[in-house]
Design a protein around this ligand. Structure first.
Ligand SMILES: Cc1ncc(COP(=O)(O)OP(=O)(O)O)c(N)n1
Ligand SMILES: Cc1nc(C(=O)O)sc1CCOP(=O)(O)O
Ligand SMILES: [Mg+2]
Length: 207
């Protein structure tokens, strides 16, 4: 499967009261990867919500990724996204198998991406590219990084951080394969607007 297009990431606060409706609206518009990102320690709720997302993903033929938690990913038979402090990639690959999608946060450092590639990552993520409502303190990345990274890496490149329909096009033009978006997608007022935004993000990859 080609990892290219919109990478929708859930946010438990932003989606409170509209979790499944907004996620389904995004899937309706087209989502290449869906990440379940919940920073709480409520394991029962996390399992329940991740299972509900998996059912939706199966209906829409979208791949589910669990943030931070390789054990939960293994339990559901899905992929995982690991940051620099979320545990090493090699045991996660051994746990999840060769076909699993495993993503790695590389901040603004090409060296981290090269290391992640050696350790079996399926894609690397750089960010944050713009001011982020969700994670304002994340280290900043810029287009110059993408210009260095694109020819050096033979993996899909994911970009993240403050991405909206107004600022995403240059990232795609400079070689980003996956646009990872929380607020710029799920911050919409209505489910219809989420679907419209998802379609518009995907259209950036065809023009
Ligand atoms: C696609 C994608 N890229 C980066 C991140 C950030 O991961 P991390 O640095 O581990 O921070 P948290 O998201 O866990 O707060 C991500 N989740 N997804
Ligand atoms: C979870 C996350 N990681 C980032 C990084 O730079 O690694 S930025 C970020 C938040 C992305 O949300 P939004 O689209 O609302 O800015
Ligand atoms: Mg993490």
């Amino acid at each position: 499967m080609k990892l290219r297009g919109l990478y929708a990431i859930t946010d438990s606060q932003l989606l409170a009261g509209k979790f499944l409706t907004h996620v389904e609206a995004a899937l309706e518009g087209g989502v290449t990867l869906l990440q379940y990102r919940d920073k709480s320690n409520d394991e029962a709720r996390r399992l329940r919500e991740a299972e509900a997302l998996l059912r939706l993903c199966e209906r829409y033929r979208t791949r589910l990724i669990i943030n931070d938690d390789a054990e939960l990913a293994a339990r559901l038979g899905v992929g995982v996204h690991l940051g620099q402090t979320d545990g090493p990639l090699t045991p996660a690959r051994a746990l999840l198998g060769s076909q699993a999608i495993i993503g790695a946060t590389c901040h603004a450092q090409l060296e981290l991406a090269e290391q992640a590639a050696r350790e079996g990552a399926s894609y690397v993520a750089f960010g944050r590219f713009f001011n982020s409502n969700t994670k304002p303190g994340a280290p900043a990345a810029d287009i110059a990084l993408l210009e260095r990274a694109r020819p050096a890496l033979h993996l899909p490149i994911c970009v993240i951080g403050g991405i909206t329909l107004d600022n995403a096009a240059p990232l795609v033009a400079h070689g980003a394969d996956l646009l990872a978006v929380i607020h710029g997608l799920f911050g919409a007022e209505s489910a219809q607007e989420v679907t419209r935004r998802a379609r518009a993000f995907n259209a950036l990859f065809t023009s």
